[in-house]
Structures are given as structure tokens and as C-alpha cells.
Design a protein around this ligand. Sequence first.
Ligand code: SF4
Length: 317
Amino acid sequence: MDKSSLKPKYVFGPVPSRRLGRSLGVDLVPYKTCTFDCIYCELGRTTHKTVSRQSYVPPEEIQGELELYLSVLDKKPDYITLSASGEPTLNTKIGEIIQRIKQITSTPIAVLTNSSLLSLDEARRDLLEADVILPSLDAITPALFEYINRPHPSLRIEEIISGLIQFRRQYRGQIWLEILFCRGVNDGKEEIEKLKEVIERIEPDRIQLNTLVRPPAEDFVFPLTLGQLEEIRRTLEDKAEIIPEFTAPLGEEFNSVKDREILHLIKRRPCTTEDISKALGLRIDEVVKHLDHLTKTGAIRYRMYEHRCYYENVATD
Ligand code: SF4
């Protein structure tokens, strides 16, 4: 059996990740089920904003699917990443899922989280067995937090910060804290000084500075230049690093077959990420990575229309 004959519901990739190398993704919640609705989200606006933790996906199904997937991959992924198209800690079974994955592979497990539920004892406990946690924190000032992350109304940034500090005390693995900067929004000197103070209390192992690299949910959001990121890095000092571009060679799973299918589709009419996902039966994150690659090669471009991002073919043939 090869990978193309699998029809996974939860597992996708491996996709090239700028922070995790070849990352095999596992989606723990339905598309855009999230506690936030970030203005910069590359998956578009949140369609289901909630803080209600539920058992969204049966752990045994994920284990079975992952086992099968790993058995047909030519090359071991660098990480198995729990994340994808929403906030994974909304899944009440995330702790059990991590334990089940540990039973079938030695590949390290990473969890991408927006940190919003780390104020909950049970959510923190659920993550203790993971190898790397990549929480995000974009703003300290409450008004700025509301503006950039558009959180569920019950969420408070002070509680999220306390949750991160408590988590650091409990957790023995690596914490790589991500801050995503949007030009003119959270890149002011005063906010960065506040971030610095809070980061010192959280004590992450790494501080990763990011900015927009793909079309955001809102067309009024813009990236920082490398020079601006570098200036922030100097202010935050030692552990801070700018997230690098992904430079590893693209694997077979990132070959031109899917790229060609996408090119063929958008040649007929411009499509959104969701259109492509539905038409080709690909996971949203997988589509995003292919679109990223095709945009960088100059084969396609995007344009915003009524707050939606459409991809179109640049080739004239
Ligand atoms: S960027 Fe992450 S946390 Fe923010 S809305 Fe998108 S999926 Fe949710």
C-alpha cells in the first residue's frame, strides 16, 4: 500500500514546517474550531469560536490511522504535530491521544497551541507527556490582545499568562514560545517591553519571532520586514530567534502531482484555500503549504476580494 491510497480523516502531510522540519500533522478539532479568531490567521476567519472542551475525535481512530500512515511513509517525519485547523487543546482527549501515539512511535510529539486554555488545570495536565509545546502569545495589553486575537469573550490575557507560567513549573519538556508580529499592531516599543517582562516570568526554552508569510484572515494586516524583526530580536535578547524560512528539500509527499492538480483547478477559476481543499479532498493545512510553495515559485499569485483570498494562475499557457 502507498500513501496515495490512504484516505485519512485526521492525519496529513508530512508538510514542511519552518519550526519543526518534516511535520506529520494530526487534526484534533473540526476546521476552524478555535478559542480565537486572529486577524492574521492563514486559515481565514474562525467559524466556530468556543471554549467548550469536547471529545471531538476518537483517540483509537487517530491511533489506527497514524499507525497505518507511519507504516507506508518512506521517511520518518521529524515530528508528529498536534495542531492543524483549530485549537487542539479544545479536545478533551488530547492527553490520551499523546499517550497512544507514544505507544506506536518514538517520533517526538509537538503541540501547537494558542495558550488560551493553559489556565485550566486539566488542559495543562493533558500536555505533560508531549515532547515540545509551541504556545503563542502575541500581546500583553488587554485591548491589543482583544484586537489581534479576537478571543472568546470569556478569555482574559492575565489568566492566559498565569497559565503559561504555571505550565512552565509543571512541564519538563521544551517550550518554544511564538510571538507573531503584525506591522503597526503589536510591534510598538512599549508592548515589546511588556512582552519582555512577561517572557522572563514564563521562562520558555526558545522565543520564536514570526510575522505573516501567507495571506491573513483580514486584508488590513501586514508583515514586518526582516529588519524590524531583527530589531525586536535584539530587544528581547538571548533566547529570541527569527523563525527561518523552510530550507530542507521538498520530500516526495510534496511532489508536483498535487501542485499540478492545484494549478489545473485554479486555471479554470480563482479559488480560495477552502475551495481547493473541498475540490481535491486535501486537508486545509496541506493546501496552505502547497499554495505557499507555488506562490514562492511564482506559478500562482493571490488577491483579496471582499475579505477573502483567491489564488489564481500566473502561467499564460
Ligand atoms: S491563528 Fe491559530 S489561534 Fe488564531 S484563529 Fe487561527 S487557528 Fe485559531
